[in-house]
Design a protein around this ligand. Structure first.
Ligand SMILES: [Zn+2]
Length: 138
């Protein structure tokens, strides 16, 4: 179960539309206690600049980690968009998922007026959908 403020979901959708035709990506920081609550969105540069895959800028990624730690938070999820495909991990997404503690969020813009956002855990090539709830409280 992961809780994400609606304002952050809207922020991910806005970023993804803004970066079309490329995939957009970023990190979500928050608390990992009993349930996972996202507090802050960090849009990152997709250094692949590709509509089919993404890579984080390692420097930006490290900056997020440092910022999160300084506030006693953790990176609990990463996200990226699928401009033309459904909201489920691609074979490459599964192959590159190395952290079973991280939640992988995928936003599909396949249906232009109906963005679909889903969360997954990926461990050893096994994909499981994680319930995603929007919330108003940060
Ligand atoms: Zn993907």
């Amino acid at each position: 179960m992961i809780f994400i403020p609606q304002s952050i979901i809207d922020g991910i959708i806005a970023q993804a539309r803004n970066e079309l035709p490329d995939e957009a990506c970023g990190l979500l920081v928050g608390s990992r206690d009993v349930s996972r609550h996202v507090f802050k969105q960090y849009p990152l540069t997709n250094i692949d600049h590709s509509p089919e895959h993404f890579s984080f800028d390692p420097k930006e990624q490290f900056g997020v980690l440092r910022d999160a730690r300084s506030q006693g938070w953790q990176i609990i999820a990463n996200y990226h968009s699928h401009p033309e495909s459904p909201a489920r991990p691609s074979e490459e997404d599964i192959r590159l998922a190395f952290d079973p503690e991280i939640i992988y969020i995928i936003l599909s813009l396949q249906e232009k007026d109906n963005p679909v956002i889903k969360a997954f855990s990926i461990e050893g090539g096994k994909v499981e959908e994680v319930p995603l709830n929007s919330c108003d409280i940060v």
